[in-house]
Design a protein around this ligand. Structure first.
Ligand SMILES: [Zn+2]
Length: 179
């Protein structure tokens, strides 16, 4: 039995919607990116160019410099700066989608794209999207760099990053030791 359905939205393409009431911190579904073909950024660009059926908007980082075209429900989740879901990451490529708060049946499931965007692009350039999520705390611009999020969001989402990443970047998270 699933907790969600994919549905077209009026303004944001396809979205993912709850098919029942979901309690805070419930597991909604799991994702394993290792089952998809892995590409370097150059290979990915070429593959998308040559195969119109591949959806480049669904590219996702799978670790070790490689990207995949992710055909999972997660790839259809829209961003919100005030999301109702989070990704608990076992590794960069294996994660579980959990509810961040109670969700009503019929509500769209959203997550913060930046919260799970880490260790990509060798820390150099990254993607930037204009955000019109409409939430009170909308950041206006959403980037693919975890460390560009406001501190309070970094603190909130840090615990859900993969253990290997938390070890790798622990010096960047010094602010946590003040708590
Ligand atoms: Zn926003």
């Amino acid at each position: 039995m699933t907790n969600y359905i994919l549905k077209k939205t009026s303004d944001k393409g396809t979205g993912v919607f709850a098919t029942r009431d979901i309690r805070k911190n419930e597991l909604i579904f799991q994702v394993n990116l290792n089952k998809f073909i892995k590409y370097t950024p150059e290979q990915l660009e070429q593959a998308v160019r040559e195969n119109p059926e591949l959806n480049g908007d669904h590219s996702n980082y799978a670790g070790w410099g490689k990207y995949v075209i992710e055909e999972t429900p997660a790839a259809y989740m829209n961003h919100s700066c005030d999301p109702n879901c989070y990704f608990k990451m076992k590794s960069i490529s294996v994660y579980s989608v959990y509810s961040l708060r109670n969700i009503k049946r019929g509500e769209e499931l959203t997550h913060d794209y930046t919260a799970c965007s880490i260790d990509q692009f060798d820390g150099n350039e990254t993607w930037v999207l204009d955000c019109n999520c409409g939430s009170e705390n909308c950041r206006g611009k959403v980037t693919g760099d975890f460390f560009k999020m406001p501190k309070q969001w970094q603190v909130k989402y840090y615990q859900y990053l993969p253990p290997s990443i938390r070890r790798k970047y622990r010096n960047k998270f010094k602010f946590r030791s003040k708590n």
